[in-house]
Design a protein around this ligand. Sequence first.
Ligand code: ATP
Ligand code: MN
Length: 538
Amino acid sequence: MNEYGLKAKNASVANLGLKHVSAAYWNLTPAELTEDTIIKGEGVLTDMGALAVDTGEFTGRAPKDRFIVADSKTENSVWWGDINIKISPENFERLYGKVTAYLSGREVYVRDSYACADADYRMNIRVVTELPWQNLFANNLFLRPTKEEILNFTPEWHIISVPGFYADPEKDGTRQGNFVIINFTRKMIIIGGTGYTGEIKKGIFSVLNYILPHEKNVLSMHCSANIGKDGDTAIFFGLSGTGKTTLSADPHRNLIGDDEHGWSEDHVFNFEGGCYAKCIDLTEEKEPQIFNAIKFGALLENIEFYPDTTTVDYSNTSKTENTRVGYPIHHIANAVEPSFGNPPKNIFFLTADAFGVLPPISKLTVGQAMYHFISGYTAKVAGTEVGITDPVTTFSACFGAAFLPLHPTKYAELLGEKLKKNPNINVWLVDTGWSGGAFRVGERIKLKYTRAMITAALQGELNNVEYATHQVFGLAMPKTCPHVQEEILNPRNTWSDKDAYDAKAHKLATSFIQNFGKYASEASDEILAAAPKVAVSA
Ligand code: ATP
Ligand code: MN
């Protein structure tokens, strides 16, 4: 067989059943992968030197097509349902056989990498991809072993990703042609029918969200993290689009990571070795660190150029609103490597409330922190369809239910224990959504104000100011904050129609209470007392 490149002596794709591939390229450099992509007509170099590709039909994850193999290991531990969908070991084996058959006669790219920057939790991963740019993604997003480590590499988990292969739903037990299947017993993820790279990183995230809390008593978190000069760590939880990547890139603090972390007894550590940033409306002025990270080695997805140029037009969303760039963490000048730090001093829950109801920053009690963590609220702004103007509430437990194989209370309990044990940790709710009215009436709060509020919280400037209590949500809202106009700190002040605000606040509170119903029986009185109050005021 033809296997080229850097690898351990006995390593071969034949061990994976891939005896008949035409060639296996091992651990190619970013330059080689970029070159191969261009030669294969799969991508273009931008004028900044980044590689731009199209991921194909899928420009986002497909959560309805993500399965976990149900067997003796997972049957009684995984929280089965719409998020963690069962598939049988037999279906997995059949599909795995079909994937290896599909790859015979084709070239594959192999990458040795690992997850978890804390050596105590390091997990070696071997990634096999059909396309060279998928391999570049794995290089950028996972942690990169040294040459020496590659020569002695023993993989624990495997990912095989083949966008060109489609399942036969009737025979293979999938919903449609594309699929992501996690097999905890075989320690393998197989991905077919989609080229969206986010499936690769979120596949491993889901694996760690099982292993770390379940087997190692470490809290795994969908959050970004950065650290101040004095070693004070801040973590930022939030659903997609709420600002984890944007707000963790702060020139005055060092980046630990932008999306996935573990919190052990002694550390907050990054699972990944890179960032995956949204590109929509990106400008150098508003987000200089991310803008400047998009250089040679970075992988842009589904962007468009200005006509007749190779200059990226970040405002163009004709392929998708979810345009993305993946880059290794050292593209951010002040990243910490290895990426870990102290346990957090400040925790931010980010939400993008498109109803314009929640305050831009508020300080949470432990009970409120647990309530909001379990709720995991944000709002999705509806598409551009005619007539649809109302945003939609989204509740995703622990700000990442889509990636949690265990019941949400498992993660909530771990967080609760940590908050109880460390009463000095501040927990803040930061609303990066709409101010001055709901979506289409008000506008999204300016990034510079959100940054100013976070900076104030981090510097202790909100410790000795006066607070007001939100009437419905019971949240403590600072009355003043450096560099921010006082009026916007209480959202009710920003609405010209106060009755409309009150009505919206009650409506949102009702949604919170309805959603929380499914967890209420397991929640303590302290948590239940943190629920919003919807009693009709006289
Ligand atoms: P994902 O989990 O999908 O990676 P994320 O939480 O990392 O999502 P970001 O990539 O940071 O989300 O996206 C936030 C988007 O919202 C960016 O495009 C950013 O420019 C924009 N934005 C606008 N106003 C604000 C604000 N006040 N705070 C944060 N982000 C803002
Ligand atoms: Mn992000």
